[in-house]
Structure formats: C-alpha cells, structure tokens
Design a protein around this ligand. Structure first.
Ligand code: CDP
Length: 237
C-alpha cells in the first residue's frame, strides 16, 4: 500500500477510535448476497439500529441522475452535494435519509440508480462525506450496518465483522426474483476494483457462504458467533 494511502487509513482509524462508543456489527458482501435481509432481521432480533449504508450511496445517485448530471463527472457531482442538505436520522429502529427534505426511498432501486451507483461510490470525496455520516450513527446507537467497507474502513476496530457471500448465479437469481433490473456483475467489478475502499473481505471477518442457506440460517450463524465472542444479547435470542 502506498505511504499516502497508509496515512489516510491511519487517520481514518484515529478519527474513529475517538468517536465510536457503541457496539457495531458490520456485515459486508457483494451485490444481492442477501446481506440486507440478514442485517435487517438480525437488528430486529437483538434490538439494534439497522443501517443500510448502500441506501446512502443510492440516495446520492438518485439525486445526481435526477438532476441530469453524469455519475462520472465528479466535479459536478461534488458541486451538487455542496448545495444539497442531507439529513440522516432514525425511525422504527432503522436509519433514514432526507435529501433537501425529500425521502428518496421509492427510487433507490430504480434501474438508473442500479446502473450508476457504483460510479458514484467510487468518488473518494463522496465516500468521505458518507462514511462520516455512517460513523455518527454509532455515537448514539448500537447498530448493525451493512455495506461493502463497513468492517474494513468504516469501523475497522469492531470485533464483530461478517462477510456474507453467495455464488454469482444465486445472487443474479435472487435479484431477478425481486423483479429488479440490476447489473450485478458490472457493480461487482467496479466495487472490487475501485481505488478507494474497494469491496474486500476484512482480515478478521467471519465469512458466511449463503448460497444454500435461508435468511434465518445466516442470522442464526451470526448470532451463534456473537455469543461465542461474548457479546451480551437480549434474553431469549
Ligand atoms: O443491496 P445491494 O447489494 O444491491 O447493494 P447496496 O448495498 O444497496 O449498495 C449499492 C452500491 O453502493 C454498491 O454496489 C456499491 O457500489 C455502493 N456501496 C459502497 O460502495 N459502500 C458501501 N458501504 C455500501 C454500498
């Protein structure tokens, strides 16, 4: 790793160590690996806040494409972000986001968002802004956060890291079953090869191959692992 990049990682870590106060369970994995369903169910079972970091990148992508700006034009994307108000909050134990007062939720899986989100997520400054917001959630809540770089970059020091995987065929079938047009293979390629915070398996992450597991099965495996690590969970879980 070049020295500049190593310094940046060290700075990120230092900033995080000073601010993180609550328990964070990090769940990373490639597109359509089932991590959203798993993270949502896990959070509900153990009473933690559920944060979908991908929704934040999708919300920015919706804003950008909606304004007719190219996702690869980093200058104009950042110019737009400069004049846009992002409000991150919580409701019903889930994270929420408002963009200039508008809830982008109904548009987050639009084909245009699927097609452009990886390009937006590869802009380092966009990542810096969103990672900062993601860390803020841990200042006030115990949380389950899912994404691509949660265990590797956003919360590198949490002891609770999981990487949920599934074969490309199973993942494509899962997305098709949802009736969504998605460019999974394309997104995987951009997500794993980008320079800033690419999708990687954090060294200390527990990998779960979910191709032949139910959501319940994956959540059960995670809970078993959390107990082994000594995390106190609500009675009956
Ligand atoms: O749910 P799905 O696997 O389709 O993806 P997502 O979690 O909604 O994330 C959408 C896109 O946002 C990914 O393909 C990444 O390009 C980007 N992303 C990221 O770069 N870092 C994250 N922590 C989360 C998402």
């Amino acid at each position: 790793m070049p020295i500049g990049a190593r310094n940046a990682v060290a700075l990120f870590r230092a900033a995080w160590i000073h601010r993180q106060m609550h328990t964070v369970i990090a769940i990373d994995g490639p597109a359509a690996s089932g991590k959203s369903s798993v993270a949502r169910m896990l959070a509900k079972k153990i009473g933690f806040l559920y944060v979908n970091s991908g929704a934040m990148y999708r919300a920015v992508t919706w804003l950008v494409t909606n304004r007719g700006i190219s996702a690869t034009d980093a200058g104009r994307v950042l110019g737009l972000l400069d004049v846009t108000k992002f409000e991150c909050g919580t409701a019903n134990n889930q994270s929420t986001i408002l963009i200039d007062g508008v809830d982008p939720e109904p548009h987050l899986t639009d084909a245009a968002v699927n097609a452009n989100v990886s390009a937006i997520a590869s802009i380092p400054e966009v990542r810096r802004i969103l990672v900062d917001r993601q860390r803020q959630f841990a200042e006030t809540n115990d949380l389950v956060m899912e994404g691509r770089d949660i265990g590797s970059v956003v919360f590198p020091d949490t002891p609770y890291k999981f990487y949920v995987d599934a074969s490309p065929e199973v993942r494509a079938a899962r997305r098709a079953k949802q009736g969504l047009a998605d460019t999974i293979a394309e997104r995987d390629k951009v997500d794993t090869t980008r320079r800033t915070s690419p999708l990687v398996i954090a060294e200390d992450a527990h990998v779960i191959e979910s191709s032949y597991l139910t959501i319940d099965g994956v959540v059960g495996e995670i809970i078993g692992r959390l107990k082994l690590k000594g995390l106190a969970l609500p009675e009956g879980v």
